[in-house]
Design a protein around this ligand. Sequence first.
Ligand SMILES: [Fe+2]
Length: 270
Amino acid sequence: MSLTFRHWEIGPDTYAIQCPGYLPGPGRLPGWGYVISYLLVGQEKALLQDTGYGNADLKGYVEQLTDKPLLVINSHVHPDHSGGNKQFGEVFVLEGEVDSPDPVYFPQEGEKARCALVDACPDYHFSFLKEGTVLDLGGRLVDVLRLEGHTRGSMVLLDHATGFLFSGDAILKRVLMLAGMPLSAYRAALARTDALDFRDIYGSHWYEPLGRDYIRKVLALIDSYDPKNTEAAPWQGERDMVMFCHGNAFEEKDFCAIGFPSDCWEQMKQ
Ligand SMILES: [Fe+2]
């Protein structure tokens, strides 16, 4: 496994950072294979969304891009987004995310290989942000929003400077419903987000922006949900991942998919 980062600029003072590590996905569709952190630099502070697997020196890499004090958040606490937290001391999450009654931590090669440098860091602590908080990076405002479904406290960020919505795993080519919540709750959260003013969506597991209208495609997929048109793939032990999708492959512009653990069926259909 290569442990190198790479980054590219997606807007002024705005970077996507591909973290090393491999994340296998369930079913015939490929795993995501990588996770992306985002760095937003203001005049006084820089905001880092997510810390990767913790298998390489993300802090050192970020410090090559900015010398501003870092405000570090986890879009949610899955290990491919929070593995490097130990490097940063204080990490902000949305209220309710850490106390979720049913967090899903899936074992991953990347996390097992957390590097000695990260392990040697003093432990970190979480601090909590309320939904609706506006972060001021100095001439750059970022809204903290909730988009529940993947987890109960999934945080998305709306950056006023670029008009980008940083969605974590809450909007992706394939969203996994791991919070044991009904699909209708995720739909309502998407519709609430769709009413906001933004121009592009950047998720954690795809190189390209998804586009403003992508959220409508996910809404349409939910509205077309038919239990007869699902497919199941082995996932965790006895649990399958049940998926339904529009299109056939991630690379298709309009492709989107939703998956949920087979034992969550009763909650999902409410
Ligand atoms: Fe996740």
